[in-house]
Design a protein around this ligand. Structure first.
Ligand SMILES: CC(C)(COP(=O)(O)OP(=O)(O)OC[C@H]1O[C@@H](n2cnc3c(N)ncnc32)[C@H](O)[C@@H]1OP(=O)(O)O)[C@@H](O)C(=O)NCCC(=O)NCCS
Length: 172
């Protein structure tokens, strides 16, 4: 257990509950920079998982402190690839940032992906200045920029794609 987790007595789980939809909304909204549509998408991923189970392709790591969700990640295999996974979302409640929790959540997601046979993890974000902290976070935890799709989201708003290559267990 990391110092961050020990300090906060984090309880970890991966099975979503109905109440997680509202908890995810609160965490994602707390950042102040996701719009209403993006917040809806974050909630829909939990809804999809609750409705369709693992077949939804959405997998979660939830971090709770004192019974309240304080951060989470959502990931899943990329259809049509050998062993690549997407990291769809990672967020830590505004009140608990910069204490190592985001790093710990990602480490647990990466371990679960490796356990499932994944070897490459992709994550994408915007190139806008507002997302610099997010890009810095990915770089600090060992992701490297693999592509920049200029103007992808809109004029002057590109998509930056990061990757982390995990040690493969398969002979490929
Ligand atoms: C990105 C996010 C998950 C980071 O969580 P966190 O718990 O604050 O991050 P950690 O404390 O584990 O930091 C891990 C590393 O990232 C760096 N980092 C984290 N936030 C940063 C920031 N705002 N600016 C610069 N660096 C940052 C830390 O310095 C740390 O590096 P170090 O250990 O080498 O010093 C959190 O800020 C967040 O939820 N942001 C809003 C949602 C978001 O952008 N999600 C990603 C897109 S889906």
């Amino acid at each position: 257990m990391s110092k961050a987790a020990a300090d906060r007595r984090i309880h970890w789980r991966s099975e979503p509950h109905q109440g997680d939809i509202a908890a995810v909304r609160d965490i994602v909204a707390s950042s102040g920079f996701f719009n209403a549509e993006e917040i809806d998408v974050a909630m829909e991923l939990v809804q999809e998982r609750l409705g369709r189970g693992a077949a939804s392709g959405y997998h979660f790591i939830f971090a709770e402190a004192d019974g309240k969700m304080v951060g989470y990640a959502c990931y899943g295999p990329i259809a049509g690839t050998h062993s690549s996974f997407d990291l769809y979302w990672v967020a830590v409640h505004q009140s608990g940032r910069r204490g190592g929790l985001g790093r710990e959540i990602m480490a647990r997601a990466e371990a679960a992906i490796a356990q499932a046979g994944g070897t490459r993890i992709y994550v994408e974000t915007s190139s806008r200045p507002q997302y610099e902290p997010t890009r810095n976070f990915y770089l600090r935890i060992g992701y490297r920029q693999d592509a920049l799709l200029a103007d992808f989201y809109g004029p002057g708003d590109g998509k930056v794609i990061y990757v982390k290559v995990l040690p493969g267990r398969r002979a490929d």
